[in-house]
Write a protein that binds this ligand. Structure first.
Ligand SMILES: Cc1ncc(COP(=O)(O)O)c(C=O)c1O
Length: 433
């Protein structure tokens, strides 16, 4: 049986039927070639289709079909190939294509300053990494150095990346099963999304979960950090408003640092630059990724409280691309686009417009939204999969999380007309799939 917590599965009848109908001989040959040369792994292989181009909200496949991309691994906050991002990258490629360690560069310095200025509270010391997982690893190491403790508390079902340290704090079986011994001292609690199952359905489950976290921190007494996604991104579920402030207070009480993994939600996806701004809670470390690179370049960042700058004689990251001039140029242009095109405002406006539209659709069990990111819960994983393949056939791509949640994450640059067109495809599929 395949675990569906992180995404839809790549095997099975629905996928095969879709491919028989939509994939032409030339594309099929490319997919076979892909399968011939790549190691196979869960969630990624075998691939669905071959993409040839991408622009704005669209992927264009090898048969020339235009597909609205509401998945995009959430890297496309400003859409694919935004002219300002492309121009910044091209300019940097022509002048400083790589910045070796030991040197710094203007783009890296400017980006660190911009992120520190944007991040709330005392979050104003930065390190970059070539991917979210690597940035999570730096956060975990810094927590050890800063506290002199090694234990962590995190959530079952959570995802923080695919490396051994990240899957140790992560909680998804598909990553952990058969991986052998993981990091010691990685304690887990049920995730907020499961609170009612374990702590009662009387509306006070999150309160009890927060109490339980406090209890675990107290009895352990030596936890370095709590690490969590403030909003579980696979299902777009945010806990009630008082949850994170309570966890924040428990961390302070028991000397643990709070690390928020905002890798998929950063840079405006939720209607604010960072999701934590909506939860009345500033973490001690914030981890960003994905959209930071403007949909072009692998970029991630750790932003830490300034007084956590305590490991000058240790290597926290030491990544070859730790101050990528090109990646930083892409990120700076992305921040400029978000500011100059009022994308935070647009995300909030389109978010409430979209949420209303989704609520009017039938055949849904629950609908959630945060900015222009939506979760549509349907009755079963089988239904979600039928809806997904019907939508894919009609030119709309999205991801399924938690088995039965359709997650819709378009670029923040999407127009109202494009959102309407996508939702018409979804509505039709919900009624007929
Ligand atoms: C919440 C979360 N954390 C960490 C990661 C890992 O980021 P990366 O794939 O850039 O290493 C992801 C990627 O999907 C994520 O969604």
């Amino acid at each position: 049986m395949q675990d569906r917590s992180e995404g839809d599965i790549n095997l099975g009848g629905a996928r095969a039927a879709w491919q028989r109908y939509y994939i032409d001989a030339e594309t099929r040959a490319l997919l076979e070639e892909d399968s011939r040369w790549f190691l196979h792994q869960a969630l990624s292989t075998p691939c669905l289709n071959v993409v040839e181009r991408s622009e704005g909200i669209y992927l264009i496949d090898s048969a020339g079909r235009r597909i609205m991309d509401f998945h995009g691994n959430t890297v496309h906050q400003v859409g694919y190939g935004h002219p300002r991002v492309v121009e910044a990258v091209m300019r940097q490629l022509a002048t400083l294509p790589f910045s070796p360690r030991r040197y710094t560069n203007r783009a890296a310095i400017d980006l660190a300053r911009r992120l520190a200025e944007l991040a709330p509270g005392r979050l104003n010391k930065v390190l970059f990494a070539p991917g979210g997982t690597a940035a999570v690893g730096m956060a975990l190491k810094l927590a050890r150095y800063a506290t002199g403790r090694h234990k962590t508390l995190s959530m079952w079902d959570a995802f923080h990346g695919a490396s051994l340290d990240a899957i140790s704090v992560g909680g998804e079986a598909i990553f952990r099963r058969d991986a052998g011994p993981l990091l010691p001292g990685t304690e887990h609690v049920p995730p907020p999304a499961m609170a009612a199952r374990f702590f009662g359905e009387d509306g006070r489950a999150h309160e009890r979960l927060a109490d339980y976290i406090d209890y675990v921190l107290e009895v352990q007494g030596d936890v370095a950090a709590v690490i969590a996604e403030p909003v579980r991104w696979t299902t777009l579920e945010a806990p009630p408003a008082d949850f994170w402030p309570r966890v924040r207070a428990s961390c302070d009480r028991h000397g643990a640092l709070l690390i928020f993994d905002e890798i998929p939600s950063c840079l405006g996806r939720t209607g604010t630059m960072f999701a934590c701004e909506q939860f009345g809670c500033v973490p001690d470390m914030l981890v960003l990724g994905k959209g930071l690179g403007g949909g072009v370049f692998p970029m991630a960042a750790l932003i830490a409280r300034d007084d956590l700058d305590v490991a000058a004689d240790r290597a926290l990251g030491h990544y070859t691309h730790e101050k990528s001039s090109v990646g930083c140029a892409a990120a700076l242009a992305t921040l400029d686009v978000i500011r100059d095109e009022n994308l935070l405002e647009q995300s909030r406006e389109l978010g409430s417009y979209g949420l209303d539209a989704l609520r009017r659709m039938r055949a849904t069990r629950a609908v959630r939204g945060l900015g222009v990111s939506f979760g549509v819960e349907v009755e079963s994983a089988a239904q979600a999969e039928r809806v997904m393949y019907r939508c894919l056939g009609n030119g709309l791509s999205f991801k399924i999380g938690g088995g039965n949640v359709i997650t819709l994450c378009p670029p923040l640059t999407i127009t109202r007309a494009e959102l309407d067109a996508a939702f018409a495809i979804l509505d039709e599929a919900l009624q007929n799939a």
